[in-house]
Design a protein around this ligand. Structure first.
Ligand code: NAP
Length: 326
């Protein structure tokens, strides 16, 4: 029987390649720069499976051009780059990689939170500059994290992993989500449910953990920043467009909030010049970037593809209705 043809927009890692190559004929994009949309479209034309990264946009037009596709396996938990309903309409399975990156991403959100509160990047720059003249009482004073109030927006896998870290710092933890968690979960994580406006008014640190969709797009905007404490910090490891970046810049300039720590941006890789301030810590979208976790994510995407072409249900389907029978 002919092997299914797959295009992977990245060379992936060894385990993922082995899994894919067991049952499929795989073509990899192996240039250091990312392929253009046109290049991916061209290569996907005769393929039944596609392994994508979050920078690859899979929409109606793309699917029309790649009419043989049966699966799009995203190497990410977020899937705002994929039009899942267009996939469903065309009978294409869409999959993501939930669960394997929770702890690594929560670690990074915590790293950003600590870095902006304690002015780590400013301190590092100062230490390297050669202008440090020695210890002084009021030098590089930041904000305490211990005992403060953390507001978690989106209490899913990563939001909960962040709450576990905050518990070790004896923080009061508020959360908001589409629905309140069961009492036993609230007790386990030591968290209090509230609405978004209450969270913004009371939190010293506001951390975003929602998916990007039409409801969360621009969720933190000018009126929302106005509700925050002038001493509060915002941390974003979700997706850039969840924050209205121009409004964030204005809030920082006007002193409406104390600072921000950002792993994601509205129009990556463009960085709004107004964010290049000493009270903003920035990272180039590296929340899940540990060797172990990125390998697991790639392996998970490969397993989803391999399962489909073995006649099984891919374990991480975003549109299970596409395969009606088990
Ligand atoms: P998850 O388990 O699905 O959690 C998302 C949470 O957000 C859920 O509790 C969801 O509630 C809630 N939510 C959805 N819409 C909301 C709204 N309008 N208001 C308030 N809460 C809302 O997802 P996850 O695995 O924790 O990942 C979260 C996001 O992080 C991903 O979608 C991805 O974009 C991002 N991420 C970024 C990186 C990085 O490298 N920076 C790494 C990993 C993930 P319901 O379940 O009730 O809808």
């Amino acid at each position: 029987m002919a092997k299914a043809k797959i295009f992977s927009t990245h060379p992936l890692f060894e385990e993922a390649r082995k899994t894919l190559e067991t049952g499929c004929e795989v073509e990899y994009w192996s240039q250091p720069e990312r392929p253009s949309r046109e290049e991916i479209m061209r290569r996907a034309k005769d393929k039944e499976g596609l392994v994508t990264l979050l920078t690859d946009r899979i929409d109606e037009d793309f699917l029309r051009a790649a009419s043989k596709l049966r699966i799009v396996a995203n190497v990410a938990v977020g899937y705002d780059n994929i039009d899942v309903s267009a996939c469903t309409k065309r009978g294409v399975v869409a999959t993501n990689t939930p669960g394997v990156l929770d702890e690594t991403t929560a670690d990074f959100a915590w790293t950003l939170l600590m870095a902006v509160a304690r002015r780590l990047v400013e301190g590092d720059t100062y230490a390297r500059s050669g202008s440090w003249k020695g210890w002084n009482l009021d030098q590089m004073c930041g904000a305490d994290v211990w005992g403060k109030t953390l507001g978690i927006i989106g209490f899913g896998r990563i939001g909960r992993a962040l709450a576990r870290r905050a518990a070790g710092f004896k923080m009061r933890i508020l959360y908001t989500a589409t629905k309140q968690a069961p009492p036993e979960i609230e007790k386990e994580f030591g968290v209090e449910f509230c609405d978004l406006n209450t969270l913004l008014a009371e939190a010293d640190f506001v951390s975003l953990h929602v998916p990007l969709n039409s409801e969360t797009h621009g969720m933190l905007n000018a009126p929302k920043f106005f509700r925050m404490k002038p001493t509060a910090f915002v941390i974003n490891t979700a997706r850039g467009p969840v924050i209205d970046e121009a409004a964030l810049v204005h809030a920082l300039e006007a002193g409406k909030i104390a600072g921000a720590a950002l792993d994601v941006f509205e129009q990556e890789p463009f960085i709004h010049p107004g964010l290049k301030r000493s009270n903003v810590v920035m990272a180039p979208h590296m929340g899940s970037a540990s060797v172990e976790t990125r390998s697991k994510m790639a392996a998970m995407a490969a397993h989803n593809v391999a399962a489909l072409f073995r006649g099984q249900r891919p374990p991480n389907m975003l549109n299970p209705e596409v395969l009606k029978t088990a």
